[in-house]
Design a protein around this ligand. Structure first.
Ligand code: FAD
Length: 382
């Protein structure tokens, strides 16, 4: 694996860093306070090509490899995890699934709109009663002539109230994962409603929503991949999705390091900058180590994907380590800031609140450990 970035990759990282410093980071605290990012950011993300990374140009994508994708997501995560989540979900889970599994008609209908930011996607897997054990989901899709009629509720859906299309997983057959089928549901379909969930600990700028499907009718052409193959679509999306969450976590941890080093060299106590106290340096060194280790794990996953190799377990490892590392980094950075870390005049408190959910979604830390354990032993402990 080559750890030196190519000219194109370095240019993409620079472009993303400049975009974040101009369009995102200055607004992140305000968006957190008002519980919504400015949704104009979506078309700006589309214009600069960040919603089309790795998608072929013939469908409006901006191409590029998965390392480039991770470099951009890291920068977005450094700026605001709420914005990083828009890209991880719309591009990472929805657009990429359509690109991989979609019919030509589905690709022509959705990909140019999704990659340009004219439309946004959400990913509806979790339900009120089924989270980690997603294969038990209860949302139903019943065949009626050439149509399917969907009924059920999805919970905690990122981009839920902003999305134009929902990639929804519904039961079309018997119990278990083989009875699940994926559908692309336009959110202006009669019977579809989305309700914003307020009061989140972090990612407050994100539109996280409960989706209700009350007899939503879609044609069979809205089915993504074969009947009964929905769980395959979901798990494939999440395997890559975990890498993108991990890349965002590296961004959080890097932001913590930058903020903590900056503050430590300016703040004076006991007659010298606190950076000169050994225990403060220990906090900084521990953050730096987590940043580097998490980044290398993310790059390894990207490299495996770009070489066409198996990557799912490595993606779980990267997500597990990077999400826990981001929480540790944010906690340590807050400690460096002392009381000032506890108020939102400085960003480290937000980093801690935002980081925590990374250990929960796209599979909790416990679920990642079970996936890694199963790969190590050949024994499922689910
Ligand atoms: P549960 O599954 O009930 O788990 C509760 C606890 O039990 C956890 O600690 C878990 O690790 C533990 N546990 C469960 N099973 C086991 C086991 N076998 N062994 C050991 N421990 C176990 N979902 C979507 O589909 N789309 C989205 O866009 C989306 N966005 C989200 C955004 C936010 C802000 C949040 C908070 C969630 C989002 N989710 C989304 C849902 C998320 O993926 C789930 O919350 C997550 O998978 C956990 O499910 P749960 O909350 O039902 O917890």
């Amino acid at each position: 694996m080559n750890l030196e970035l190519s000219d194109e990759q370095a240019a993409a990282k620079r472009l993303a860093a400049e975009f974040v410093d101009r369009e995102i980071a200055p607004h992140a605290t305000a968006w957190d306070r008002t519980e919504s990012v400015d949704t104009a950011i979506v078309s700006k993300l589309g214009e600069v090509g960040f919603l089309g990374l790795t998608i072929p140009e013939e469908y409006g994508g901006s191409g590029g490899d998965h390392l480039t994708y991770c470099l951009v997501l890291e920068e977005l995560g450094r700026g605001d995890s709420a914005v990083r989540g828009i890209v991880s979900v719309s591009l990472g889970l929805v657009t990429k699934s359509i690109n991989h599994y979609g019919s030509e008609e589905q690709k022509r209908t959705w990909l140019p709109r999704l990659t340009s930011g004219a439309a946004l996607g959400c990913f509806g897997l979790t339900e009120p009663g089924t989270g980690s054990d997603a294969a038990q989901l209860r949302t139903r899709a019943v065949r009626d002539g050439d149509d399917w009629v969907l009924s059920g509720t999805k919970m905690f859906i990122t981009n839920g109230t902003w999305a134009d299309v929902a990639l929804v997983f519904a039961r079309t057959g018997g119990e278990g994962h083989r009875g699940i089928t994926a559908f692309l549901v336009p959110t202006d379909s009669p019977g579809f409603t989305a309700r914003t969930i307020h009061g989140k600990l972090g990612l407050r700028g994100q539109a996280t929503a409960e989706l209700v499907f009350d007899g939503v009718r879609v044609p069979d052409s809205a089915r993504l991949h074969d009947e009964g193959k929905g769980f395959t679509v979901a798990m494939a999306a999440l395997a890559k999705g975990r890498m993108s969450v991990a890349a965002g976590c590296v961004g959080i941890a890097q932001a913590c390091l930058d903020a903590a080093v900056g503050y430590a060299t300016e703040r004076e106590q006991f007659g010298k900058p606190i950076a000169g106290h050994q225990l403060v340096q220990e906090l900084l060194a521990d953050i730096a180590l987590d940043v580097d280790a998490a980044r290398l794990l993310v790059w390894r996953v990207a490299d495996l994907i770009d070489r066409g190799a198996e990557f799912a377990v490595e993606s779980s490892k990267a997500k597990l380590f990077a999400s826990e590392a981001a929480v540790r980094a944010a906690d340590r950075a807050l400690q460096v800031f002392g009381g000032y870390g506890y108020i939102d005049e400085f960003p480290v408190g937000k980093y801690l609140r935002d980081a925590k959910v990374m250990t929960l979604y796209e599979g909790t830390s416990q679920i990642q450990k079970l996936l890694i354990g199963r790969a190590l032993t050949g024994v499922s402990a689910f």
